[in-house]
Design a protein around this ligand. Structure first.
Ligand code: 2AM
Length: 631
């Protein structure tokens, strides 16, 4: 019944081990816990199969890395297997894999083959909206082989933009199918193994309610929110003409005085700011009612299996006594779709009373392409746990323990910082486009943008600086011209860049290309841009509007303006060594690149697409073409 990967099961009476089983090390590189969760699952599965020595750890803590070389202990069959499960952040390694990344990047190590006789496999975790999707996992996969290791199994990639759990489950099933056979085990066909998967996500979870009388515990539980809060909202104002545009972009200012000093020092124009959203009281109360949870009850999670809990389960993320209300407000993502685990809990519940719905839910949680397609179609119609309850009134309560394992954990959202620390050393500004989806005759506000748009001055928020590690930073060389290309709220980081260049009185040319729908509706920070033109901080702004039809202008995007100014654009990049920055949603960055590749051929006399693409790749490698895009 577990939606955990349907890994193969050993045939009855069969033991692993016509070959001696190797030591298994599962290494994770993680920012948000997803990779750690998959790594933990792999390790639990390996233990269940009887692997004698299984360890899970941060990539940078791997003893082989510390030693600088792998030392095989015997000839013959592999005696150590290592599986990497890792994310990429902006094409860079996660923080707990930076040392390893530096190690494998060092080509002087190639001839020594430091990983000779080690077997490895890689599973990458990422989001396909980023151009850099899979960059770091792919690098590990390539470099491990070049450094002498044997690739045990083909790399897998999970896409957080689609159905990452499913991607992992599929790879995981194939991985074990192959590995078990390699070590001489006969395995049962996968189809028959669904209910016997060795890991269930509630295994080992004990949830205890605390008696009301333990006032000290209550006190501590109620302190929770305050401890987490690190910044204070001071300004929250509208940037669009909502009456005309029907859409909203908020300018938000946050007082970051209470952030640890190191974080303040780390913030620079071009960095991101991470905000932890909160669910609104109405949603929290509706979910509590629907699932039969008592909002004022205080509970504590005990991990009876000591560390085996999935790091993405809410149960794992709640430390110490917690009020149900806080768990639902701060730690559970109540806007995410019903998880497969939630559906299987309800399937169990409906087994006697509604066998047809039970069967439908069981089909949804199957791995394989058919199950995946059905689940995706289902969550289109049932976008939140509340939708599920609305559309299936027969699903009722769920034990707190199951709920804590089934609901998606709240993850922070990232925004580009829209100011410079030189001008605002004690605050961070954000430009937040307020998201609203209208589907199935309902309105779904974005979790974090909705939360921020309603937050009043003096609200305390859980937040942190997320450094872009120089991947989106102004050039060190102040003589190089800068070209900033953006659409909509993509202007945000450039507001920071412009403040920075004004504060430092940088003299080189600055060109801004900005696109929005209509000059009177969503032209955010218009007067600031005009002032920068007046004082010379900006050499020239090129604006274009995509929905300004009453003026008789055709629909124009920034790339049309770039094309119309091909000669200038080419000259700035080729002759003057300009740095190009692109920030905006969706396909803008891809389209701008395409236009520039055309300019390379029309103005730059390159012979074909290949030559133009290679030229852009070189600009990217040398840090002269930087993109910050989101889906
Ligand atoms: P549209 O909504 O009229 O399609 C900010 O959202 C601006 O970016 C809008 O004017 C939007 O136009 C525009 N935009 C949408 N897709 C784009 C793309 N691929 N390239 C450039 N601009 C785009």
């Amino acid at each position: 019944r577990s939606p955990a990967p349907q890994v193969p099961v050993l045939a009855e009476g069969v033991k692993l081990g016509s070959l001696p089983l190797p030591k298994l090390t599962v290494l994770f590189g993680t920012e948000t816990g997803t990779s750690q969760d998959y790594a933990t699952q792999l390790a639990s599965q390996a233990r269940a199969y009887g692997f004698p020595e299984v360890t899970v750890m941060d990539i940078d803590k791997w003893p082989v890395l510390q030693a600088g070389k792998y030392s095989a202990t015997s000839e013959g069959a592999p005696n150590e297997m290592v599986v990497f499960v890792t994310a990429t952040y902006n094409g860079l390694p996660p923080e707990n894999a930076e040392k390893f990344s530096a190690f494998i990047s060092d080509e002087s190590k190639d001839s020594g083959l430091p990983f000779k006789r080690l077997s490895f496999a890689v599973f990458g975790v990422g989001n396909s909206n980023w151009r850099t999707f899979g960059a770091f996992p792919n690098k590990i996969d390539t470099r491990m082989a070049e450094l002498g290791a044997d690739r045990l199994f083909a790399i897998g990639q999970g896409d957080a933009d689609k159905d990452i759990d499913h991607d992992f489950a599929e790879w995981n099933t194939r991985f074990w199918g192959y590995v078990l056979q390699l070590f001489g085990a006969t395995v049962m066909p996968q189809e028959s193994t669904g209910s016997n998967a060795p890991v269930s996500i509630t295994d080992g979870v004990v949830v205890e309610y605390l008696p009301m009388s333990e006032s000290e515990q209550w006190e501590r539980a109620n302190q929770r929110k305050k401890q987490d809060c690190v910044v204070k909202l001071t300004v929250n104002k509208e940037l669009q003409d909502i009456a005309k545009s029907g859409r909203s972009t908020r300018h938000i200012e946050l007082d970051i005085l209470s952030l640890p000093k190191a974080d303040k020092d780390r913030y620079q124009a071009g960095d991101h700011f991470e905000i932890w959203p909160e669910n609104d009281a109405f949603t929290v109360e509706s979910v509590a009612l629907g699932f039969g949870l008592v909002l004022d009850a205080v509970f504590e999670v005990k991990d009876a299996n000591n560390g085996s809990l999935s790091s993405r389960s809410l149960a794992k993320n709640i430390k110490g006594p917690c009020r149900v209300r806080d768990a639902l407000t701060l730690y559970a993502d109540l806007r995410s779709p019903p998880s497969r685990y939630m559906l299987s809990c309800f399937a169990d519940q409906l087994a006697g009373s509604h066998p047809d719905i039970e069967a439908q839910f069981r089909e949804l949680v199957q791995t394989g392409p058919e199950g995946k397609a059905k689940y995706e179609a289902f969550i289109e119609k049932n976008r939140t746990p509340l939708d599920l309850q609305r559309n299936f009134p027969m699903v009722k309560e769920m034990a707190l323990k199951d709920f804590l394992c089934a609901v998606t954990v709240m993850a922070p959202r990232r925004y580009s910082i829209a100011c410079s620390p030189l001008k605002h050393p004690e605050s961070v500004h954000l430009a937040v486009g307020v998201v609203e989806d209208h589907v199935n005759n309902r309105t779904y506000p974005g979790l974090c943008s909705g939360f921020l748009s309603h937050s009043k001055p003096d609200t305390l928020l859980r937040a942190n600086v997320k450094s872009a590690k120089e991947t989106f930073a102004l050039p060190k060389d102040d003589t190089a011209p800068v070209i900033m290309i953006s659409a909509g709220t993509g202007l945000a980081p450039f507001r920071g860049f412009l403040e920075e260049r004004q504060a430092r009185s940088v003299q080189s040319d600055t060109y801004v290309f900005f696109g929005c729908r209509h000059p009177d509706q969503d032209f955010i920070y218009r007067s600031e841009l005009e002032d920068y033109v007046k004082d010379g901080t900006i050499t020239k702004v090129f604006t274009c509007f995509s929905r300004n039809s009453e003026s008789g202008d055709p629909k124009r995007y920034v790339q049309h303006h770039i094309l119309a100014n091909s000669t200038l654009f080419w000259k700035l990049i080729k002759e003057e060594g300009a740095h190009v920055y692109i920030c905006g949603a969706g396909n803008m960055a891809r389209d701008v690149r395409r236009v520039f590749e055309l300019i390379c051929q029309s103005v730059g006399d390159m012979k074909n697409d290949n030559e133009a693409c290679a030229y852009v790749e070189r600009l990217i490698e040398t840090g002269k073409w930087c993109e910050d895009v989101w889906g």
